[in-house]
Each structure stands twice: as C-alpha cells, then as structure tokens.
Design a protein around this ligand. Structure first.
Ligand code: IPM
Ligand code: MG
Length: 347
C-alpha cells in the first residue's frame, strides 16, 4: 500500500498528522508513506505549487492522502502558480474525475446541524461531483475589449464522454445505496447542462433499477436546506458540485467533518477533506482533524478495498463525537491532537 502524503498549507499538515497516526494505529503491515510538497509550501520551496517531483510521487503511488492548499500571500501570483493549482493539477494529470462527497448526519448528532434536528436527522447523501472538466478547466482569461473595458471569461463545456463516465459513477453509487439518483444541472439556461441532461438520460437505460430525477441547481440548493433527506445520490458537474458540497457540509454540521474521494478509472484515488487550509486558525493546534481522518478511511475503502478498517475509523470518529469530543467548528473546545487521541482511543 504505497500512499503519497501531500499535507500542503495552513491546517493541512496538522490534520494530516492525526490521520497518519490513525493509519499507523491500524497495524497495516504493508503501509508505505511517501511525502511530497504541494501548494504554497511547494511554491516557496520549488517555485511551483505542483513540482515535477510531487507529480512523480503521485503517479507512482496507489493513493494520495491530501491535506489542503491555499494561502492569501499567493493571491497576487499568476493563476498557474497559485496553490489551488496543485489540487486541480493532480485531478487533471491523474484523470481523477469522480469526486465522491458523502454527507451524513451521525446518529444523535443532529443538533450539530444548522438545520432543525428533525430535518437534519435523515441526511444521508453522496454528492458525485465531476472533477476533470466544466468551467474549471475551460479556456479562461482577462482580456481588453476594443473600447478599453476589461472582460473576464471562463469557458464552460462538457464533452459527452466526460458526462457519460461520471453518470456511470453516479448510477453505480446509487445501485450500492437506495437506488435514487438526482442529476443536478442548469438545463433551463445552459447548453452545457442540456447535453449533460441528455447524456444522463441515455446512460439511465443501463440502470433500470435506479430512479432518476433531475433538478436545476438553484432548486437543488433550496431543496437541500428544505428537505435534505430526499437525496440519496446527487450527480453533478464540477462547479455545481463544489458549491452544493459545501452547503451539504453545513447541513451535517461542519465542513470539518466531510471527507472526499476523487477517483480515476480503477482504484487510484486522492483523498482529502472538503475544507480548505483555514489560514486563520493554522498553527494553533485547534483545527478539527476529523474530516482528514475520515478521508483516510475513504482511502482504505476505495483504493484498497479495506472496508473493515474504514468502518473501524468511521465508528471511532462517530463515537468520539457522541462522547462530546469536538473542535471549535462544532462549538467545542478540543484541540487537534486531543481529537486525534480521542479517535485513537476509540479505535
Ligand atoms: C474543493 C475546493 C477546490 C475546488 C479549490 C481549492 C480549488 O474548493 O475541493 O471543493 O474548487 O475544487
Ligand atoms: Mg470547494
């Protein structure tokens, strides 16, 4: 099990440290960890957020445990040198197109949600977000119009094969759950979305058991706070998935709790919390490492088929939460290491 560890910026190293302690505690005997630099940290050392050496490690490993990238000090850099390019570059270079973002309310912890407990209680969804295309990767720039005004542009597009392969992931994910798939788009306005919808409907013929529905993204955002329990699996594009997954995290209670897997065809994947580098609390030892610990669980499950170990980690996190262990993001006062200790004790 060769795992690349790219801790990155801000709270990334702190929370990754705890996830690694948890991985070691499982006593997996064939575990090999290879560290690499990403983000602003890599830019400072090597002049690039995703240096060739890091990319080589990523290619060579079976899975990547990724922390977070982002640093306000880099806001002035040209876009291709900004920390975020590390994660975007890895997704693209490794063909990591299927970003799975589960959002589930832990039993007894519905009070953590900003929604009313009776609404939050039933949340158990997976957002399947496409992560190789869309407006994220289209031609972009800032140009000057003939009359001298500046104009920013980012081209949104999806090719049908890109939609088809993520649709399959959506349907397969639904087949392993409640067999309900909701495709989110903006087909009432965008041609990109019309093609998305057409292709998802084509693919649905191969999954007769899955109940397919469609929502426009604005309506989906509203439904997610109105009755989030209606969602089993959501499949959507890169941009809408980015936004809806942050929203889903607050429906659960905290962005500090949501892990994600970004898979290529096959078992290679990148695993990261959906939160960012949180520069405001970095280095203080107060970040909640649970999302990163849960990312390690997803890594074991999706890249190595180690379901029992993954479930063990998830149960330990759930138990720690149930015992009142939580960080400032959830109104608690436990520090990063304390939360790590608490999870370890419950493994
Ligand atoms: C995410 C993040 C990234 C994204 C940023 C850091 C580029 O927000 O993983 O959700 O937009 O995909
Ligand atoms: Mg995001």
């Amino acid at each position: 099990m060769k795992i690349a560890v790219f801790a990155g910026d801000g709270i990334g190293p702190e929370v990754t440290h705890e996830a690694i302690r948890v991985l070691h505690a499982l006593g997996l005997n064939d575990l090999e960890l290879v560290e690499g630099d990403v983000g602003a940290a890599a830019y400072r050392k090597h002049g690039h957020p995703l240096p060739p050496a890091t990319l080589a490690i990523a290619h060579d490993c079976d899975a990547i445990l990724f922390g977070s990238v982002g640093d306000f000090d880099c806001d002035h850099l040209e876009r291709h040198l900004r920390p975020e390019q590390a994660i975007l570059g890895l997704r693209k270079e490794l063909g990591l197109f299927a970003n799975l973002r589960p959002a589930k309310v832990y039993k007894g912890l519905e009070d953590m949600s900003t929604l009313r407990p009776e609404i939050a209680r039933v949340i158990d969804m997976v957002i399947v977000r496409e992560s190789n295309g869309d407006v994220y990767f289209g031609e972009k720039g800032i140009r000057t119009l003939p009359d001298g005004r500046r104009e920013g542009y980012d081209i949104m597009s999806y090719a049908e094969d890109e939609v088809r392969r993520i649709a399959h992931v959506g349907f397969r994910t639904a087949m392993g759950r409640k067999k309900q798939l909701c495709s989110v788009d903006k087909a009432n306005v965008l041609e990109t979305s019309q093609l998305w919808r057409d292709v998802v409907i084509e693919v649905s013929a191969e999954y007769p058991e899955v109940e397919l529905s469609h929502l426009y993204v604005d309506n989906a955002a509203m439904q997610m706070v109105k009755s989030p329990g209606q969602f089993d699996v959501i499949v959507t594009g890169n941009m809408f998935g980015d936004i809806l997954s942050d929203q889903a995290s607050m429906c659960v209670g905290s962005i500090g709790l949501l892990a994600s897997a970004t898979m290529a065809e096959g078992t290679k994947g990148l695993f990261e919390p959906i939160h960012g580098s949180a520069p405001d609390i970095a280095g203080k030892g107060i970040a909640n490492p649970m999302a990163q610990i849960l990312s390690a669980a997803m890594l074991l499950r999706h890249s190595f088929g180690k379901e029992a170990e993954a479930a063990r980690i998830e149960a330990a996190v759930a138990k720690a939460l149930a015992d009142g262990i939580c960080g400032g993001d959830l109104g608690g006062s436990h520090g990063t290491a304390e939360i790590g200790d608490a999870v370890l004790a419950r493994l």
